[in-house]
Design a protein around this ligand. Structure first.
Ligand code: ATP
Length: 294
């Protein structure tokens, strides 16, 4: 089942495209990591999925409906925007009450347990909480809503390392127990490596890479060997990044086929290597005829 489907999706502000030509199929019941440089369009994509923004071009379907199209659709989707929006004048307890009023699937026990575990004072006004505590409160509201899809925009950026790990564990538990689907943007690739089984890489408003992490890692290889002309590579090997020293060439290539050339030493990649290769972008030492990132 697909939890998010986009076709030709684009959003422009005046003449500038924040997101363009976006095609995505995100499967339900998984954690999908959304990565990309600052300004790549991650928040825009999440805003479109939440129904906070309207597309300029194309279509987006979330949990089988049009984002933001009515109460039933709103109940299915949780969204914690960047900078963890909370109501400064309301107390922690007020937020939980509001959550219960506004969300038909509200899990009051989960919300209370989480607030207690984090150590938030229920009587404290949200405006007086630290940045990390405000983030924890916003995330608690997102999880306790018990949505089908939870959209998180850099959710862990403000959390301390232990809180970050615990939050990600909570998230995984909700995915395993309740079949929750999550799409989360983050610059912390090591965190994504721990929890994500799907990946979207956005660069310059475009989806550069998307798929199941396991498949992506299996189809990308780091090749190192004596310096050589990239024109001699087999046609099925797409060069994602390249670096040369005087004597050596190191490539990151994408191919579904095996690497047969014995001159190459083939290294396995981690998610971080893969993401960095796509983020690095064009401009490395590739010949002009070869784009470094396609
Ligand atoms: N309300 C707006 N008005 C005009 N331009 C906007 C608006 N919101 C976003 N943009 C532009 O759209 C582009 C994509 O922004 P977006 O916030 O989606 O990026 P992002 O990938 O989430 O970045 P970051 O990692 O810095 O949060 C940027 O160039 C940004 O300047």
């Amino acid at each position: 089942m697909t939890v998010l489907r986009a076709r030709g999706l684009g959003k422009s502000y005046r003449r500038r495209w924040a997101l363009a030509g976006c095609a995505l199929d995100i499967p339900a019941g998984h954690v999908t990591g959304l990565v990309g440089p600052n300004g790549a369009g991650k928040s825009t994509l999440l805003g479109l999925a939440a129904g906070m923004l309207a597309p300029t071009t194309g279509t987006i379907e979330v949990c089988g409906g049009v984002p933001g199209s009515g109460p039933a659709q709103l109940a299915k989707v949780g969204f914690v925007a960047q900078n963890s929006p909370v109501y400064p004048a309301l107390t922690v307890e007020d937020h939980l009450r509001l959550g219960a009023r506004l969300n038909p699937g509200w899990d009051a026990a989960l919300a209370r347990d989480r607030v207690e575990r984090i150590g938030l004072d229920p009587g404290q006004r949200a405006g007086r909480l630290s940045g990390g505590q405000q983030a924890q409160l916003a995330l608690t509201l997102g999880i306790a809503k018990r949505p089908e899809l939870l959209l998180l925009d850099e959710p862990v950026a403000a959390l301390d390392p232990l809180a970050r790990r615990e939050f990600l564990q909570d998230l995984m538990a909700s995915v395993a127990e309740h079949g929750l689907s999550v799409v989360m943007s983050s610059h912390l690739v090591t965190d994504l490596e721990r929890v994500c089984d799907h990946l979207i890489v956005l660069v310059d408003s475009q989806v550069r890479l998307t798929g199941e992490v396991e498949d992506l890692l299996a189809s990308h290889h780091r090749l190192s060997g004596p310096r050589r002309d990239l024109g001699t590579l087999p046609g099925d090997q797409e060069v994602i990044s390249v670096s040369h020293t005087e004597r050596q060439t190191t490539l990151l290539v994408r191919t579904e086929g095996p690497i047969l050339d014995p001159a190459w030493t083939v290294g396995r990649l981690g998610l971080e290597d893969l993401v960095l290769a796509y983020l690095r972008g064009p401009g490395a030492e590739a010949p002009r005829s070869l784009e470094v990132v396609r």
